[in-house]
Structures are given as C-alpha cells and as structure tokens.
Design a protein around this ligand. Sequence first.
Ligand code: NAD
Length: 295
Amino acid sequence: KSKGKKQAKAAKKTIKQTAVLGAGIMGGGIAYQSAVKGTPVIMKDINQAALDLGLKEAATILGKGMQRGKVNAATMASTLNNIVPTLEYSAIKDVDLVIEAVVENPKVKGIVLAETEQHVSDDTIICSNTSTISINHLAKSLKKPERFCGMHFFNPVHKMPLVEIIRGEKTSEDTISAVVAATLKMGKTPIVVNDCPGFLVNRVLFPYFAGFSRLIMDGADFVAVDKVMEKIFGWPMGPAFLLDVVGMDTADHASSVMSDGIPERMQKIANDPVTLLYKANRLGQKNAKGFYNFS
Ligand code: NAD
C-alpha cells in the first residue's frame, strides 16, 4: 500500500526548475524555450564564451518577437531573468529536471551524465537530447536509470513543435509522465517512442534521404528533384535543401548510425553523395556551401 502511495506522489512530480547542460545551438534553444514558458533554467557549459552566445541567442529571438509585436518588454525581461548561466555543477543541485545537450559523443555524454547524478537529488529526472545515441547505452552511465529518458528537440527549438521522448528499457512510467508534462509546459508536442536507431523522425527521414541519394546516383538532377518535391508536390522544401539545413556532417553521421543499427533496412550506400559532400567540406548552410551555395 505504501508503495502505491509513493508512486502516486512521484507521478505528480512537477518541474519547477530545469537545468540544461551545454549552451550550444540546442542547449541555448532549450533554455530559451523553458524560460519563455515560465520555468526558470540553469544553463551550464564548460566554456564562458558558449554561455554568452546562448544568452545572446535568447535575446535575439526575443528581440525579433518584439519587432513583430509578439513579445512585450515584460516577457523579454522575465525570460532573460529566468536563464541563469553557470560553469559550476553545484548550481544544479536543486533542479527537478536536467536536459543534457552537450556534444554528440557517447563518451563525453556518459561522463556528463555520471557527473550530473552526483550533483542532483535522487528523484531529479535526467534526459538526453541526443539525436542518434542509444538511450539504453547512455542509461548505463547512471546508477538510477529509471529516472532517465531521451528528450529529443529539433532545430531551431523555438520553431519546431515536436519533441521525441525516448523510453529506455529501464525508464519508469513516472519519468515518462513527468517529461511529457514538462514538454507540454514548454509549449511543445511530445510523442513517446521506444529506443531504436533513428527513433521516429529519422527513421522516416533517412530512408527518404537514401532514396534521394540513389536517384542522384542514377543521374537525376538534384535541383529538378527539389523543384518537384517543393513547388509541385508541395512539401516545404526538397531533399537537397533539407540536407543543407540539417548539415552534411550530421546527416552522414546519423545515416551511419542507422545503417550500423538496422543494416537489413538501411543499407550503407557506397559513394553516397551526402558523404562525398561531407568529405569535400560542403556541410550545407552552416558553412555556406552544400548542395547549394549560400554566399
Ligand atoms: P553544439 O556543438 O552547438 O553545442 C555543444 C555545447 O556543449 C558546446 O557549447 C560545448 O561547450 C558544450 N559542452 C561540451 N562538453 C560539455 C560538458 N562536459 N559540460 C557542459 N557543456 C559541454 O551542439 P548542438 O548542435 O547544440 O548539439 C547538442 C546535442 O543536441 C547533441 O547531442 C546533438 O546530437 C543534439 N541535437 C542537435 C540538433 C541540431 O540540429 N544541431 C538537433 C537535435 C539534437
């Protein structure tokens, strides 16, 4: 009976204070999104310049909102006040939810997750924003993996509605329900998926990219394919442009993870144009040259 009571109490856990680890593109965006929806957030990095950039990015998004009349001065001030930058783990000791968004490296993430667990209380929920690393693998770094799951935001965080919540083998239902509630409070739409290579979105997207690569290798013109998919079929953009947005480094890495993880479904493509562009340092919008030139 007392166990039942305890579970009911845990299920009601609300997130009043969040921490984001890593103040890069994603960490900065997640911190902004939490802050603008009223949940104070501690933004931790190992690098002061990254913290400064994360705060600047939040101010820029708010500034654009003000220009469009969507944000008033009070929201601007309260949002910026809600983001507290730090270089110290000691600052996260009282948070209810930690969202890890450091570099996409399993070793680094494993160390950061283990360090995090040493600095928070026993019932703090810990999530990873990884795009490709197995949640079950990352869970091995934690002593209490039942409080851990994936919380996969999309870039740019303030515009993209979806958050994939990834349930690991050991994730408790209380953890999932608290993270679903936190996602809704952040103004985003959660979906809960099981751990697998590519989760849900990349599972759909990468076979599409692979089909596109094979078409080009068969001699199709990428500009023509983009024109058909965007202007005539009616999607917001074609595959070549979307790959330029995602980045050839990210796309090449994610497709390798998927072909390693589910080789029978996602065969590796020899001389994939995406890999060739990546090797030629044509990364896409991030360095102004990919399928298209952006300068
Ligand atoms: P990024 O390189 O912009 O930022 C990473 C940040 O982590 C840097 O500021 C770095 O200083 C910091 N960092 C490194 N080690 C740290 C540590 N030990 N403690 C605290 N901070 C540390 O990377 P990003 O694009 O924001 O990606 C972060 C995560 O989000 C990755 O796991 C990535 O796969 C995932 N993700 C990225 C995208 C995207 O489109 N960029 C989309 C969804 C998910």
